[in-house]
Design a protein around this ligand. Structure first.
Ligand code: AOF
Ligand code: ZN
Length: 330
């Protein structure tokens, strides 16, 4: 399973489909085939692994898969049927398929007389798949909120200047984080104030291979000259009155991971509604004082109603510090 997990991680971490890996073992326990899923519309990990074997090469074999084999005719045929047709004797998987359309593979396999073992290395596999699994289980994308602030929590100076609070290394890291998201979201206010391009770029300004879809929330009109209209992906513009509905709408379009880079107003609305799954907070060693806090009103009137987080990681990035945190589970 740990090998299958390694293979899974070779697939793209973005897009509507999960990262899935598969190893096929001979009846004697040796690895005879490996496969992984390379993204939407391509063969699933199980079929990818089977395809490297002769037609009867998997007879009596064990298939080890990170995700329960699917049971649906989607963009490809059901993996349950492919494993049965190949004569596989045993299927071992980690995580049950959360997709209501695709699930049911384990039962189908058992009905066909295949031995099925579930839940192997489930914690490690869930860790790799956590954003995708969370999104699929609730029908709403995984939301990562990113901001950069001074050590005293300000996102801009008194005159409104807000670019280059953090250093070059942190900016390069943000671009990688953009490339790892399916969509990048800001409010119309941020587009008007900063005219961001919302692309994922390398340190020379070239476009990275994976580009998040730009999403703009709000009612203010955008000038035709806004940089965002030159993004390689077509813009999604939505009203922001019901943020949960905004997120379900993005999920329906195949978006599983949203990076929220909006200003304090949009960020705080998401926080206040409990819609943020993860925080990426860049803290620069400068002090700005005054107003312009990174967050607006969060509806926290007293300390006991504070939004409490758990820091899951912190790291020095150049001169700055990156704090990764998640809402504390009560
Ligand atoms: C994958 N890769 O290796 C496995 C998946 O859109 P489709 O037809 O490719 O089906 C996607 C669903 O298939 C996905 O949501 C998951 O439930 C199931 N298993 N998907 O993309 C794979 N094994
Ligand atoms: Zn499948």
């Amino acid at each position: 399973m740990l090998r299958a997990l390694e293979l899974a991680a070779r697939g793209p971490a973005t897009g509507a489909n999960p990262q899935v890996g598969c190893v096929i073992l001979s009846p004697g326990g040796e690895i005879i085939a490996e496969g992984w899923h390379r993204g939407l519309g391509t063969p699933h990990a199980e079929v990818d692994a089977l395809s490297s074997l002769a037609p009867d090469g998997a007879r009596g074999a064990t298939a080890v898969v990170t995700l329960e084999p699917c049971n649906h005719h989607g963009r490809t045929g059901p993996c349950s049927e492919a494993l049965i047709a190949a004569g596989v004797a045993r299927v071992v998987y980690a995580v049950g398929d959360p997709n209501p359309v695709a699930r049911g593979g384990a039962d189908r396999l058992r009905d066909a007389g295949v031995e099925v073992i579930a839940g192997v290395e489930v914690e490690r596999v869930e860790e790799l798949m956590h954003p995708w699994l969370t999104a699929m289980r609730r029908g709403v994308p995984w939301v990562t909120l990113k901001w950069a602030s001074s050590l005293d929590g300000r996102a801009a100076a008194a005159d409104g200047t807000s670019q280059w609070i953090t250093g070059e290394a942190a900016r390069a890291r943000v671009h990688l984080q953009r490339a790892a998201a399916d969509a990048i979201m800001v409010g119309t206010g941020t587009v008007l104030a900063d005219d961001p391009s919302l692309t994922a770029r390398d340190t020379r300004g070239g476009l990275l291979p994976s580009q998040p879809i730009p999403v703009v929330i709000g009612d203010r009109e955008l000038p035709a000259t806004a940089q965002i209209f030159h993004h390689p992906q077509p813009l999604i513009a939505m009203h922001g009155h019901d943020l949960h509905a905004v997120l379900s709408g993005l999920f329906a379009r195949g978006i599983r991971r949203v990076l929220l880079e909006g200003g304090p107003t949009l960020a705080s609305a998401f926080i206040a509604e409990g819609l943020v799954d993860e925080y990426l907070l860049y803290l620069a060693p400068i002090l700005l004082g005054g107003g312009n806090l990174a967050t607006a009103d969060l509806g926290v009137g007293t300390l006991t109603s504070a939004r409490r987080l758990t820091i899951v990681q912190f790291e020095r990035v150049g001169e700055d510090i990156l704090v990764r945190a998640r809402p504390r589970e009560e």
